[in-house]
Design a protein around this ligand. Structure first.
Ligand code: GAP
Length: 431
């Protein structure tokens, strides 16, 4: 079993072919920086988001979930500093007129495409602008949020008034974010519309180092728990001059993508920058003292999680006559938990039995697939490729003794078990 260099091509093609991820607006020639998730991609993303919510919101006593509107009053983005500072240096090639982010150029001052001179850079704001209402003037300008974080800060007072939390406590949100990336690239790594899972954790300023370390460990535990290849995860201490305008310290968790070591997640100490900017305070109900809490922000991109998981899970088994590619997803993450098949498609007695079993398992696990296309070997290969941990087959013995075969994706080994034991068998192995 080995991993190889053409991994990105293989993953991109597998995603399209098997219904994980399609290029956005494809039948109209596409739209750069956008992708559409198909049934398996949605299932994978939903599993990621559900597991994240379970761990960081439902599994804790100090976290408050919100789902804020994407469109916000523009004053939010003025106060947060995004209108003035959410910018990148943009350069344009004098020869072919292609545009690039200056810091993405392979050679400073030279066009990546034709080698022409790129000249001086200018500032480019990464927020998408749109208009609200029928009249187009500056008072109707709104932005699509470039981070979900501000949707939490603006609800800080609401949470305090409704729930009276004591410090430290956190707010959490999962939702879409939009950035007008100059050069979207590397499949779903850098896109213009993506999803974030973010936490704003409010603390007393003197505790920031303690909670920074705490959230670093929590983030590492999350990655490991999801099945991200930890040998490919590296911590990068972001240099002072590269810090975002709100941050005093940031660590990027970089992943060893086939196109380079790049940011997967981030952990930032946002100080009291945001709450101060929005004129928000916290009053201790017992002592009546007023403070502006400081913030530790663990941030996770959903799409980059999908990519890192795909890359971590992709395996080629070269032990047989043909290479057998499979996605070694953990069962809790896999888009399909198990597939059910009749051994032969054209035998009604096998089909009927298998179909009842399929419905029973679907009621239990939801993510169950019916597969009776092609011969059994082809079905196994198809399920391996999409990372289904177990394939269950109904054959002629099933009709006499109510047993089925259950095949393990990673080893290819089949066991014969009783139909009544299937649910427990899967539950015991669900991690
Ligand atoms: N609230 C802090 C914040 O937004 P960020 O590092 O700019 O910080 C957070 O973004 C995460 O969002 C990144 O670690 C990454 O996972 C994801 N992300 C950012 N830009 C992205 C893009 N263009 N395409 C896909 N994911 C992106």
């Amino acid at each position: 079993m080995e991993k190889d260099e053409k991994l990105m091509e293989k993953i991109t093609s597998l995603c399209k072919r098997r219904g994980f991820i399609y290029p956005g607006s494809e039948i109209y020639g596409g739209l750069a920086g956008t992708f559409d998730y198909g049934p398996l991609g949605v299932a994978l993303k939903n599993n990621i988001k559900t597991l994240w919510w379970k761990k960081f919101v439902d599994g804790r006593v100090d976290m408050y979930g919100v789902d804020a509107a994407i469109l916000m009053n523009s004053a939010v983005w003025q106060a947060s500093g995004h209108v003035d500072t959410f910018t990148e240096a943009l350069v344009e090639c004098g020869k072919c007129h292609k545009r690039f982010r200056e810091d993405h150029l392979k050679e400073k001052g030279k066009c990546d495409e034709c080698g022409g001179d790129t000249g001086l850079s200018r500032k480019f704001n990464g927020m998408f602008k749109t208009q609200i209402g029928a009249v187009e003037d500056s008072s109707s300008t709104v932005y699509l949020r470039p981070e979900t974080a501000q949707g939490m800060f603006v609800n800080f007072k609401n949470i305090i008034d409704s729930f009276h939390p004591k410090l430290p406590f956190g707010m959490a949100q999962i939702g879409k974010a939009f950035r007008n990336e100059i050069t979207p690239r590397d499949f779903i790594f850098r896109v213009r519309e993506f999803e974030q899972m973010e936490i704003e954790y409010f603390i007393k300023d003197e505790d920031w180092e303690k909670y920074f370390e705490y959230w670093k460990d929590e983030m590492l535990a999350w990655m490991e728990g999801m099945g991200i290849d930890m040998n490919k995860v590296h911590e990068l201490e972001v240099e002072k001059e590269d810090l975002a305008h709100y941050s005093k310290r940031t660590i990027d968790f970089e992943f060893d993508f086939p196109f380079g070591l790049k940011e997967l997640y981030g952990l930032a100490y946002r100080t009291d920058f945001d709450l101060k900017s929005h004129n928000l305070i916290y009053q201790d109900e017992e002592t009546s003292s007023k403070i502006v809490p400081h913030v530790i922000e663990p941030t996770f991109g959903v799409d980059r999680t999908v990519l890192a998981l795909m890359l971590s899970a992709y395996t080629e088994d070269n032990g047989g006559i043909e290479t057998r590619p499979y996605l070694a997803f953990k069962p809790s993450v896999a888009p399909v938990v198990c597939a059910v098949s009749p051994l032969l498609k054209n035998k009604p007695e096998l089909r009927d039995y298998a179909h009842i079993l399929y419905r029973t398992l679907k009621d239990e696990f939801g993510r169950v697939m019916w597969d009776d296309n092609g011969n059994i070997g082809k079905r196994y290969r198809r399920q391996d490729e999409i990372g289904t941990p177990w394939c269950i087959v109904v054959d002629f013995d099933t009709l006499t003794d109510d047993t089925v075969t259950i095949r393990d994706r990673d080893t290819g080994v089949q066991e014969r078990i009783k139909k009544v034991d299937i649910i427990d068998y899967i539950k015991e192995r669900m991690n």
